[in-house]
Design a protein around this ligand. Structure first.
Ligand SMILES: C[S@@+](CC[C@H](N)C(=O)[O-])C[C@H]1O[C@@H](n2cnc3c(N)ncnc32)[C@H](O)[C@@H]1O
Length: 243
């Protein structure tokens, strides 16, 4: 999805679908009215659909490991800085007021990947700054289910998808999301693609332990969509050097 199908992202998950999530998130981030915009680093920013709604409030640096997804975001958010990099190992050598990891964090599928990603977040967050992480599910909130959607482009292309989340083994740390895509080209020819995503699933207490270990002790809450939202505050002893 994030390589061969990246150019389809605006038809799969356009900025309009992220307005509610941004409206839920913004009040949690203590924006000071009248103060200069705070800086925000997003890890795994994808096509920049959420960032589209945040960039009025923050000076944003958007990172992703997929060149295709980053190209989509550059078109949607030309005023934002874009950097290619893996959230487990990225090192920019500077710090931000807020570090956000939204719906990319589920691609950390083992504890080492989560820990490495939280170290990246801590390393790039100033002391007293905020790290926000929004996994689609924690072990306690996981529900199998289906979703569907898609849209049309002015050039005649169209996409429709079915998304099916299920967990073949409740004892391990992952679940599966199967996507079935119908892709209509501008000439009307329709093709089909299947994409299987393996995503991480960890209990809330394990998450909170990993945040504390990384030097960003966190609290968790459910957002208005019933999704876990971890808010960590970077203390003075984040793991590793500041940059
Ligand atoms: C669901 S998309 C993010 C969509 C984004 N929230 C938006 O508003 O458009 C997930 C993204 O995570 C990225 N990703 C997955 N694993 C990553 C990693 N290890 N480092 C950086 N990006 C990663 C993928 O390339 C993909 O663009």
């Amino acid at each position: 999805m994030y390589e061969d199908l990246a150019e389809w992202w605006p038809l799969l998950s356009p900025p309009a679908e992220y307005e509610g999530e941004a409206a839920d998130l913004l009040p949690r981030l203590d924006i000071v009215p009248g103060a200069p915009p705070a800086t925000m680093l997003e890890l795994g920013a994808g096509g920049g659909s959420l960032a589209f709604h945040l960039k009025r409030h923050f000076r944003m640096t958007l990172t992703d490991r997929s060149p295709g997804m980053s190209a989509v975001s550059r078109a949607v958010n030309p005023e934002c800085e874009h950097v290619l990099g893996d959230m487990r190992s990225l090192r920019l050598g500077r710090q931000f007021d807020v570090v956000l990891i939204h719906d990319a964090i589920m691609y950390a599928t083992d504890p080492e990947a989560v820990q490495a990603t939280l170290r990246t977040a801590a390393t790039h967050c100033r002391t007293g700054g905020t790290v926000v992480v929004l996994p689609d599910f924690v072990r306690e909130t996981f529900e199998p289910g289906t979703d569907h959607g898609g849209s049309d482009a002015p050039d005649g292309r169209g996409l429709r998808y079915l998304e099916w989340s299920w967990d073949p083994d409740a004892a391990d740390d992952t679940y599966l999301v199967e996507y079935a895509f119908l892709l209509r080209a501008a000439d009307g020819i329709v093709s089909v693609a299947h994409d299987r995503h393996v995503e991480g699933l960890f209990a809330r207490d394990r998450w909170l332990g990993w945040f504390a270990e990384a030097g960003i002790p966190a609290s968790s809450a459910l957002d208005s969509f019933g999704r876990e939202i971890f808010l960590g505050i970077r203390n003075g002893s984040a793991a590793g050097p500041a940059v």
